[in-house]
Structures are given as C-alpha cells and as structure tokens.
Ligand binder design. Structure first.
Ligand code: T46
Length: 136
C-alpha cells in the first residue's frame, strides 16, 4: 500500500501472516561477518523481513539447502518448523523483523545439526507410516 506520502505495509495474523501472532522481535546492529541462527525449531513458524537493509538467510530442510536474500521491506520469508536457518551478510543498517507463531521457549530449539538431521528423518518416517495407515 502506498501513495504520494510513502509506503505502508500491514501485517495481520491469519491473513498476510499465516498463523496467530504470539511474538514479534527484531535483530539489529549485527556485524557483517557474524552468522546467527544455526538452529531449527520443533514447532515454531516465523515470517522474517528486513524493514531496513538486507541480509542472507540460508534454509535447510534436511534435504535441500537454499539461500534467500532479504533486501526489501516488501519481501517476507515464511520459515516453517523443522527448517535449519543461518542468517549472515547483515548490512550495517539491517533491522531483521521476525513475527513468530509461539512465545519464546528454549525447549523448542534444535541447536545441533546432527540432532536436527535425525529429527527430520524420524518425522519423515512418521509421516510416511501415517500415510501408509490411511492407504490400508
Ligand atoms: C530465529 C532467528 C531468526 C529471548 O530471550 N527471547 C526471544 O524471543 C528470542 C528470539 C531470544 N531470546 C534470547 C535467547 C538468547 O539468550 O536472546 C538470546 C539470543 O537468541 P539466539 O541466540 O537464539 O538468537 P539468533 O539470532 O541466533 O536466533 C533468533 C531466534 O532465537 C530464532 O528463533 O529463528 O533469530
């Protein structure tokens, strides 16, 4: 949305943001050579956007690793649960806004990559077993 006064972006739970919003936080003042994240979440879903500046987000679902460059306040990235994320290449003016589906809970974090891979394997196997049951 915008007019000759400037631009406006509205973020609404269960509309533009595809879940109930429980928490909003933002990262700023991160040095260019720093990598943050390096974890996945068991249940948490988030939408990330750079309200100013830019940064790179690497996403890894246990099979595919893909990088996305967030460089516009009109670009939002939905990160589902069980996705490993690494944020890097922060511009000096970067403010990374994160809209989260859950309150902060350290028990929801997987901070070890090998544990993450095992968790994805178990989750995939459980989903396949469930599907198989329905097909019987
Ligand atoms: C994520 C990325 C994008 C809190 O106390 N409350 C909070 O809501 C958050 C997010 C963090 N913290 C504490 C936990 C740590 O002691 O703040 C400290 C820094 O958190 P962390 O090392 O997890 O920061 P990042 O930048 O690596 O990751 C954060 C989020 O934690 C994470 O969910 O997806 O930003």
């Amino acid at each position: 949305m915008g007019d000759d006064r400037g631009s406006l972006v509205a973020l609404e739970g269960n509309k533009t943001i595809p879940f109930d919003i429980k928490r909003v936080y933002y990262l700023f003042g991160t040095a260019k050579d720093i990598t943050r994240g390096l974890h996945a979440h068991l249940a948490l879903k988030q939408v990330m956007l750079c309200v100013t500046g830019s940064c790179k987000i690497l996403l890894d679902d246990g099979v595919v690793r893909e990088s996305v460059f967030l460089d516009s306040p009109t670009k939002g990235l939905l990160v589902e649960s069980l996705v490993w994320r690494e944020m890097s290449e922060f511009s000096s003016d970067c403010v990374l806004l994160v809209i989260a589906s859950e309150h902060y809970d350290e028990a929801d974090y997987i901070r070890n990559y090998e544990v993450f891979k095992k968790t994805v394997e178990i989750d995939t196997l459980a989903a396949r077993t469930e599907k198989h049951k329905w097909n019987e």
